[in-house]
Design a protein around this ligand. Sequence first.
Ligand code: CDP
Ligand code: CDP
Length: 222
Amino acid sequence: MTETVVAVDGPAGSGKSSVSKAAAKRLDFAFLDTGAAYRALAWHVLESGANPEQATEVISSLGGFDYSIGTDPDGYAVHVSGTDVTESIREPRVSAAVSAVARVPEVRAHLTALFRSIIRDSDKAGIIVEGRDITTVVAPDATARILLTASEEARMSRRSAELATESASDVAIALQKRDRADSRVVDFMTAADGVVTVDSTNLNFDETVDAVLDVIRTSHET
Ligand code: CDP
Ligand code: CDP
């Protein structure tokens, strides 16, 4: 049974994955990237020739979705039916399809149940889980609940720096479109009751990790 559950939500490019992973390493906690699961399903839908915009086709694909995700922040990998998709789930075609897949209620229910079982079965003392609805739906009772934000400008420039092969304006347009679509399904721009906001706009990477670790430490003291 995992003792400490840390829930981290926020928009694309706020630093959720990289910061949560670094914080998990520092604490020797497990790490769960729930967005990677939604991306893996979107990849699977595309590979099987189904239409991500058609909820019925997405729901059918869910049946054959044999998925596994690592929770070791040092050796994190995602597999679908034995294929390592850790890199391919970051492709622009997957980013473009993922919101449509994630808005299907059956998909959310299926993956939420999966996330809860991963949290429950983790053999580490704690786990940091990041996504869009972790503080509100997946783990509303988490020990620490954090909304990681950053200005749209900061988020766009961080993402463009990562995706050097794509033009900055293409990255910005795709990111804004995805955030808009995702916001219609879950509210990850405002902190729910009891959720601590960490604004990383003017923090560098290490300062953001420290701010998240501070929230986790404080939550243990209260
Ligand atoms: O890393 P980035 O912020 O670009 O996205 P991600 O965390 O990899 O999530 C990919 C997509 O999965 C999001 O754009 C959402 O459509 C979906 N998602 C979700 O609906 N709920 C979550 N808890 C996590 C991700
Ligand atoms: O998971 P999410 O989409 O929220 O963001 P990410 O993929 O973890 O972070 C996007 C990029 O921003 C990464 O390259 C981080 O290293 C970088 N970052 C930064 O430059 N400064 C911060 N304060 C936080 C993250």
